[in-house]
Design a protein around this ligand. Structure first.
Ligand code: CA
Length: 710
């Protein structure tokens, strides 16, 4: 422990000394970032996603402590214009806080007063929301060279003037008509800005692209999986390694489905080795038999890959889940740190991916620095083979091997840990992981057919349709849980946990005041002791904070800033959300000691269920139930039960009108809000059956209400 501390500490104990060290580190990480000059506010602390080089989500600031946290109050807040999920970590540069929101909008505020400096709306077409598997979220911006960069949902990488918000340049990173999206934050590596994309549930081929910070000119692109062999090389930085390593690990006709491997979140610049680490996503389709004839490792799915920062050329990789089949992405946030292992300082990358094992990887060569152990309960693999570094996969977990068994995995597709940032505190030596303990079903789909623009998973498991009744819903919630897992990366063991009900909890910030902060789906934003997890403080933010907080200092005062705004995949799919309700629009909440601001009172609106007058024939209801599960559930919630993020159809004003229903469902009457018309996928009879099914769900919900009131 002593040695680890020596190497991890930023070299100074006082706040001022730490701040200087912090600023120096930040300057290395953000080469041309404009640091504070004398006429600017005296500010420090969070110039990049994750706070500093290494993206540790740790702030050394220690004015707010376990001893004075009861004095923590709201300094200011800013209302946003959407109630969709907010996932961004704010950044602070020269006294201005920059944050992106749902629909890829960017706001700049005076970080001390909350006064809005500018706002930017890229005006993403509402229909593009249909291509976003997991909400129209955006996870943040990057700053360099007097510019702020945001990736828009429709594939634009946009450079904005940091002072005015004016567009400096725009690069189109994919054809917006294809089902790619951007929800991740761009990252800066010296003179380049790097961005990836999402879309592997729909069927796309993943890649990252580097652009010149000043001009927006494309510098290089790295594909994560091979393309159609008949098409020849791409003419990109990935060509050599695709030929040598990746292509020989693929079989069948994966390229017809894209293959997957999207880099939708983790990208981190590693200055120690002048390399960029990317976290690669799941296979497309998930089904390994359909994707690759059930053969090969399918590089670089579910891998951390190191690329040369200048050329984008491959350096090394570590594949966490060979033959990925469970949506086990390796896109979860990657933390860079120097830690002592067996008394030796090691430069490592740490990741807690969806598959449930904790990885500590030597950044010099991509090898395991410690043997990965599970940080949640795991049933798909028995462990990691210390000789090969490969998971020892249980036979029953190989669901697409041509049998018709339904395999219920722990963890499942939501991930033991997803995009919600984890934090690493050099003070405690612990990593704080926002974990999800849950199940997910997988079953082969023999008659699989690819449909462009739809989800294409090859998974026919009946497990995931969702609970049908109030009792089933409670049972479902009882089978899942979330926690803050305090994990020792060297000893590979859980030191303590804070256990939560249901899932849908936020990312984590750790600070030098022996504190960690995390939001909850019910709107509470809470602080815990970093050393033992004791809950110390809570604030009712009215909408759940799923994003991670930032901490910074201006004029001698420490601030904690977090976006509130519940949503994301858990909020939309909804069966594990304990108390669904309609929430206010998202907000940026900023706290300091003795802050006296307060939020206006909020009373969730009561919108009655709206079942049609006449009962529907059961044959049509059951047809509608199947169509609902196939087309509507992934946005409007399992069993037509919304968590409030996307409208609850049981309460829809048009539920009693077949004509109005058809106008929206088939002809896109609400496409500007993201509800595209399904006229090319559903017939008039289909739409009517769905309406009748939702109507009966509304009738059932109303009956439960009446029963409860008796
Ligand atoms: Ca996925």
């Amino acid at each position: 422990m002593g040695i680890r501390k020596k190497f991890d500490r930023l070299g100074a104990a006082s706040t001022y000394g730490r701040r200087v060290a912090f600023a120096l580190l930040a300057a290395f990480g953000v080469a041309s970032c404009t640091r504070a000059s004398t006429e600017q506010a005296d500010s420090a602390g969070w110039p990049v996603i994750g706070g500093a080089y290494g993206e540790t989500f740790y702030s050394p600031l220690d004015q707010i402590t376990e001893a004075n946290i009861e004095r923590l109050g709201l300094a200011w807040y800013a209302d946003l214009d959407t109630d969709r999920g907010q996932e961004a970590n704010p950044i602070v540069v020269d006294g201005v806080i920059y944050v992106s929101t749902a629909w890829s909008k960017v706001y700049a505020y005076d970080a001390k007063t909350g006064e809005q400096v500018w706002r930017f709306d890229p005006e993403v077409p509402g229909e593009k929301g249909f291509d976003a598997c997991c909400d129209v979220a955006n996870r943040g911006v990057a700053a360099a060279g007097g510019k702020v960069f945001v990736g828009a949902l429709d594939g634009r990488l946009i450079a904005l003037d940091a002072k005015t918000g004016a567009v400096v340049w725009t690069a189109q990173t994919f054809d917006p008509k294809t089902p790619y999206t951007i929800t991740g934050a761009p990252r800066i590596a010296k003179d380049k800005v790097i961005i990836g994309n999402g879309g592997a549930e729909y069927g796309v081929r993943g890649y990252v692209t580097a652009y010149d910070v000043e001009t927006g000119e494309k510098a290089w692109r790295f594909y994560t999986v091979p393309g159609d062999p008949a098409a020849g090389p791409d003419g990109e930085a990935s060509d050599a390694v695709m030929k040598e390593k990746a292509a020989p690990s693929w079989f069948g006709e994966w390229y017809k489905y894209g293959g997957g491997g999207t880099v939708w979140d983790a990208i981190v610049y590693d200055k120690d080795f002048d390399q960029i680490l990317i976290g690669v996503g799941n296979g497309s389709p998930w089904n390994y038999r359909i994707r690759s004839d059930g053969k090969g490792d399918n590089l670089f799915l579910s891998s951390i890959v190191a690329l040369d920062a200048d050329s984008g050329a491959y350096k090394w990789h570590y594949q966490e889940t060979p033959a990925e089949s469970w949506d086990f992405t390796a896109t979860q946030p990657i933390i860079l740190a120097d830690i002592a292992i067996d008394g030796e300082p090691r430069k490592v990358a740490m990741q807690a991916p969806k598959n449930g094992f904790f990885y500590v990887i030597d950044r010099s060569n991509g090898e395991l620095a410690t043997l990965p152990q599970p940080f949640v309960s795991v049933n798909w693999a028995r462990g990691i083979d210390p000789k090969t570094g490969r998971p020892i996969v249980n036979e029953e977990a190989k669901w697409s091997a041509g049998n018709d068994e339904n395999f219920v995995a722990r963890p499942g597709a939501y991930g033991a840990h997803s995009w919600h940032p984890m934090a690493y505190s050099p003070d405690t030596g612990l990593v704080y992981i926002p974990t999800q303990d849950h199940m997910f079903g997988y079953q082969d789909e023999p008659g699989f057919r690819y449909h462009l623009g739809d989800w294409n998973l090859g998974n026919a498991s009946p497990t995931n349709v969702g609970p049908a009744s109030v009792e089933e819903r409670q049972q479902a919630i009882d089978t899942v849980s979330a926690s803050i897992t305090a994990f020792d990366p060297v000893e590979q063991r859980t030191v303590w946990r804070v256990q939560h009900d249901g899932i849908g909890y936020g990312g984590i910030l750790a600070t030098g005041g022996n504190l960690i902060f995390q939001g909850e789906p019910n709107g509470m934003f809470s602080a815990y002791k970093a050393s033992d997890g004791k809950k110390l403080w809570s604030f009712d933010g009215q909408s759940g904070a799923i994003a991670a907080a930032a901490s910074y200092e201006i004029d001698g005062e420490q601030y904690v800033a977090v976006l509130a705004g519940f949503g994301g995949v858990v909020g939309i799919f909804s069966p594990y959300v304990k108390d669904p309700y309609v929430r206010p629009n998202g907000r940026l909440l900023v706290f300091k000691l003795d802050g006296t601001a307060s939020l206006p009172h909020y009373e969730p609106p009561v919108v009655p269920f709206n079942p049609p007058a006449e009962e529907a024939p059961s044959s049509q209801v059951s047809l509608g139930a199947g169509l609902y599960a196939g087309h509507c559930m992934r946005c409007h919630g399992a069993s037509a039960w919304s968590a409030g993020v996307i409208p609850d159809l049981r309460r829809s004003a048009i539920l009693s009108s077949p004509e109005a229903w058809e106008q929206v469902v088939l002809h896109g009457g609400l496409s500007a809000q993201g509800m595209v018309g399904f006229g090319d996928k559903l017939s008039q009879e289909d739409a009517e059956a769905i309406r009748l099914y939702v109507g009966e769900q509304a009738r059932a919900a109303e009956a439960v209400l009446a029963h409860t009131a008796e």
